[in-house]
Design a protein around this ligand. Structure first.
Ligand code: MN
Length: 428
């Protein structure tokens, strides 16, 4: 029985199986970086199989959200965030205890210079004083029962601080290997109090969940690995780790995860996300594209496409294609995009005839439709992203480029067109 989980998604939509066993020391990086379709593989010594590159393409994200276009997927995600659906509680599956604890999840070494083996597809589920939250956090594994968790100051951080303020560690249940809609929901940012698993439930038209063995936290049915533990008051250095930008993130003092037990379902699969890979960028970027799309749609007649570019980690750079009614619309689109995604650093607004997935086409628009003294927006010392090594203390300059042609622009702004079918001329 596999429906609901990651393995069920792979069985329904197809995958390639990797023969043999993959080395947890740098081997997983090699197989995930060399392909972009879904893979199922076995990491040496790990008791549970692993999926990878599950949503490494837009096509796969649309399948995960059962949508036929990006705007439809954005609408679905936004609607689910404001209309979460309660979980359906079902019986717990037979789980086995993993003999090597966190190493069996499995923990994997990705790049040279990192602080240790990591879990990357780890969703932290925590409930404190009636507020439940699910979010993705990397775990640096330092022992079978001990990890260090990067917790950015958002919702999990808030629950953790509240628990610590009351003199308690925060009980957490960490799950790996879930339906990608659960991952996308956990990567989205509904307001505090909206439980991301209930967002996933709305996306999927209902989500079954069982109670975790120790804390009784809800776990999505079909999860491959379930870890019971505590986010403790103790902190320790976490990192370095290669983050979405493909650079080594710095070492920080972060909360220590103390583990009571690591369990796996032998019929299901765990999941490894390659840091700085396409899946990483897609999971970070797609939910933010939805928010940019919503924000820009408020201020211009029609948003044709939104892309957070893969080269910027799906995070720092956006290309937005709009139809405008007024020559000032592109500047308003720039401001709305910065409001919709506060980590955004550079944004280029183009006309609908530009292919937002082709950096060359975007550059062509900048070369032929943009003048810096007229079309450039610079905001100094705004809040930026900690992922950007050039933004000290999270302060950044934001830049917007209006690379749209003027509404009254003539034929000189158009792309030259070819007349097809004249390539070969008969010579007598
Ligand atoms: Mn949240």
């Amino acid at each position: 029985m596999a429906e609901g989980g990651l393995r069920g998604f792979l069985e329904d939509h197809g995958y390639k199986r990797v023969d043999g066993e993959v080395d947890p020391e740098y081997g997983v990086t090699e197989i995930l970086a060399s392909g972009d379709g879904p893979l199922l593989f076995r990491v040496k010594r790990a008791p549970v199989e692993c999926g990878g590159n599950i949503v490494s393409s837009r096509h796969a994200v649309l399948k995960a959200l059962n949508a036929s276009s990006e705007p439809e997927a954005y609408e679905k995600l936004l609607k689910a965030m404001s209309n979460p659906l309660p979980l359906k509680v079902s019986g717990a599956p037979r789980l086995k205890e993993a003999p090597r604890g966190l190493y069996d999840a499995p923990a994997v070494r990705f790049y040279e210079g990192e602080g240790g083996p990591y879990l990357t597809a780890s969703i932290f589920i925590a409930c404190w004083r009636g507020v439940c939250n699910a979010s993705i956090h990397r775990v640096m594994v330092v022992g079978e029962r001990e990890g260090r968790v990067r917790v950015v100051p958002r919702h999990l951080w808030r629950l953790y601080r509240e628990a610590v303020g009351e003199g308690s560690d925060l009980p957490v249940t960490v799950v790996l290997g879930v339906h990608p809609a659960v991952l996308l929901a956990s990567a989205s940012s509904p307001r505090l109090g909206v439980f991301e698993l209930e967002v996933a439930s709305a996306l999927l038209g209902g989500l079954d969940a069982f109670e975790s063995p120790l804390h009784g936290n809800p776990v999505p049915s079909g999860a491959g690995v379930v870890i019971e533990g505590w986010l403790t008051r103790e902190t320790a250095p976490e990192g370095p780790f290669v983050d979405a930008t493909g650079t080594l993130d710095v070492v920080r003092e972060q909360p220590v995860l103390k583990v009571e037990g690591v369990y796996y379902d032998p019929d299901q699969a765990s999941h490894v996300i390659l840091p700085a890979g396409r899946e990483h960028a897609m999971l970070m970027g797609f939910p933010r594209e939805a928010q940019i799309w919503a924000a820009v749609s408020q201020v211009v007649p029609r948003v044709h496409a939104v892309r957070l570019t893969p080269a910027s980690g799906g995070w720092l750079h956006a290309i937005i294609a709009i139809e405008k009614n007024h020559d000032g619309d592109a500047k308003n689109a720039i401001m709305a995009a910065f409001a919709g995604h506060p980590s955004l650093k550079h944004v280029v607004v183009v006309d609908p005839d530009i292919d937002v997935d082709d950096p060359g086409d975007v550059e062509w628009a900048i070369a032929t439709r943009f003048q810096a003294d007229r079309d450039l927006v610079i905001v100094r010392n705004a809040r930026g992203s900690t992922l950007d090594p050039s933004a000290p203390h999270g302060l950044t300059a934001k830049v917007g480029l209006d690379a749209t042609k003027p509404l009254e622009g003539g034929v000189e702004y158009e792309k030259a067109t070819r007349i097809p079918g004249r390539g070969f001329v008969k010579v007598r």
